[in-house]
Design a binder for this molecule. Structure first.
Ligand code: CA
Ligand code: CA
Length: 100
């Protein structure tokens, strides 16, 4: 095997894993992650509570309707808060990409 072929194969082995990684900064949606920062936290539960109370909130139904009943309610907020505290919780969003 020539040196050129070895270098080409080594380059291919390095490039393929790099191309398979998500783009920098890309966060895959998570059920219950209202602020889309990649973690389920108390602030996500608070956002769901605000949405349930029809107060201004960033809480897309696709990620905040964690019990998949078609609306964001206090039940969803409680489940998000339970999930943030690593307690048993319902986490059953229909489609976190927003397509429902
Ligand atoms: Ca979050
Ligand atoms: Ca719901």
């Amino acid at each position: 095997m020539t040196v050129t072929v070895r270098i080409a194969l080594a380059s291919a082995l390095i490039v393929v894993p790099l191309m398979a990684r998500p783009a920098r900064g890309q966060i895959i949606p998570i059920c219950g992650d209202a602020n889309n920062n990649g973690d389920i936290e108390e602030s996500d539960g608070i956002a769901a509570l605000r949405a349930a109370a029809e107060l201004p909130a960033t809480c897309p139904i696709a990620v905040c309707d964690v019990n998949a009943d078609g609306r964001v309610s206090v039940t969803d907020a409680v489940n998000i808060l339970r999930n943030a505290l690593v307690l048993p919780a319902v986490v059953a969003c229909k489609d976190v990409t927003g397509g429902n």
